[in-house]
Design a protein around this ligand. Structure first.
Ligand code: NDP
Length: 403
């Protein structure tokens, strides 16, 4: 078993730490480091009070600072770093891993702070450097991206000769009782939703105005929910790694109340990432908005309802048309009881822990920079069932939304 350094003590970090600390045969020691050390200490204390077997230490780190990161890595000597800070920190953390010779995993692709632009190019550009150093970087190992890529790889391996149509459908039918809150980091979340929508069709990207395509999709155990076509980062790697796909889209549910709030905030300029001068200092409106919104990690206690995320695929096997749907439903309350988290943090943190487990056990280990769908999905799918995110599948059923 191996030591891991986890960076980021937010909603997701809390889950990753606890899920690692539950599995001492894989994770011998955990160091949790983040910008605010008191948040790390609070999580470590909870691990101790619920009696988790793996020892959790804490540290303060500014993950934008490569030298500081390298120093921390050198003092703890982990096998790998699990990065669940923010996408802005991906590149400095990858640099620090290269400098110190440790493996890397994250759950969201790099994006520059001054430009809401989601793409893998920056991180894929590290491929040769990781290869040469004999190190592995696993990108996007949360739920979406993450499990959605593993689901797609599993479908491709077991059910299709050629996949043609992929729809990733993501529903959060939970209720946290707040007028407006985001389920993961509000800054990242709002940047993602307010950009243009985009999907892959016949070899090219089709760009649409934000939230302009939507329809009701029927989710298992939940029922029909209005779902909006968004651009989501796994579409980039999945269409590259599965070139038979003629179309790939991503859908996410939003309630009317959420959309109304978002529209107002956008109309008054509160979602802008352009700094404004306010009483002598520069303020980024979106960063200020984040400061007044509830932290995603605090939504868990009274969160009810469940999430449902899955992949619907249509293609051919042995010359015959086939459909396949694979999904997970996750109840917010179950997550709260197990690790004091809400479902969105849970469904991200568990796959990050499993990805690290795949690397530590050697099931997934090759030097370079990779997306999850480039590995054997079977051992990961097995671990999902064991560690809290069991999946269901339906072969040749009627897909819950029309093609
Ligand atoms: P939170 O905002 O709750 O947590 C982020 C944490 O990172 C905070 O503890 C924050 O510190 C810390 N942090 C930020 N900047 C730095 C820095 N420079 N140095 C050190 N620590 C820093 O976000 P979440 O936990 O909800 O999300 C974490 C990541 O997971 C994000 O990248 C998000 O995009 C990703 N994600 C991926 C999903 C998937 O399915 N793939 C789904 C949901 C999230 P502080 O407490 O001081 O602010």
């Amino acid at each position: 078993s191996k030591k891991v350094l986890i960076i980021g003590a937010g909603g997701v970090g809390n889950v990753v730490v606890k899920k690692c600390a539950m599995n001492p045969s894989v994770f011998s020691e955990v160091l949790l480091a983040s910008r605010t050390k008191s948040k790390c200490d609070a999580i470590a204390k909870e691990c101790e009070s619920i009696g988790l077997p793996t020892k959790v230490q804490t540290a303060q780190v500014d993950a934008d600072n490569v030298a500081e990161l390298a120093k921390l890595i050198e003092s703890f000597k982990p096998f790998m770093v699990i990065n669940v800070a923010l996408p802005y920190q991906d590149l400095p953390i990858m640099d620090a891993c290269l400098q110190t010779g440790v493996h890397y995993l994250d759950t969201a692709n790099y994006e520059p702070k001054d430009e809401a632009k989601f793409e893998y190019s920056w991180q894929w550009a590290y491929k040769e450097r990781f290869e040469k150093a004999g190190l592995m970087a696993l990108l996007g190992c949360g739920f979406d991206p993450g499990v959605t890529g593993v689901y797609t790889a599993y479908a491709n391996k077991h059910y299709f000769d050629e996949m043609h149509y992929l729809d990733i459908i993501d529903c959060n039918a939970g209720d946290h009782g707040k007028a407006f809150a985001t389920n993961f980091n509000p800054e990242i979340n709002i940047r993602e939703i307010t950009q243009d929508g985009k999907y892959w069709e016949n070899g090219e990207w089709v760009v649409i105005p934000p939230m302009s395509i939507h329809k009701a999709i029927d989710y298992p155990n939940i029922g029909p929910k209005e779902s909006y076509l968004l651009y989501h980062e796994e579409l980039e790697s999945l269409t590259k790694n599965f070139p038979t796909l003629k179309r790939a889209r991503f859908w996410m549910t939003f309630g009317q109340q959420y959309i109304t709030h978002l529209n107002v905030l956008q109309n008054v300029g509160m979602t802008s990432i352009q700094p404004i001068r306010f009483q002598g200092i520069d303020i980024v409106p979106l960063e200020f908005l984040k400061a007044v919104l509830p932290e995603p990690g605090t939504l868990g206690e009274n969160y009810s309802g469940e999430t449902s995320i899955g992949c619907q695929i249509k293609g051919i096997k042995d010359g015959v048309e086939k459909t396949y749907y694979v999904w997970n439903n996750c109840k917010h309350q179950d997550c709260w009881r197990e690790v004091q988290a809400q479902g969105v943090s849970y469904t991200t943190g568990v796959p990050a822990m499993i990805g690290a487990m795949m690397m530590i056990t050697g099931e997934w280990m090759k030097p370079g920079v990779w997306n999850v769908e480039e590995f054997n999905p079977d051992p990961f799918m097995e671990m999902l069932n064991i560690h809290g995110l069991p999946w269901n599948e339906e072969v040749d059923g009627v897909l819950p939304h029309e093609y």
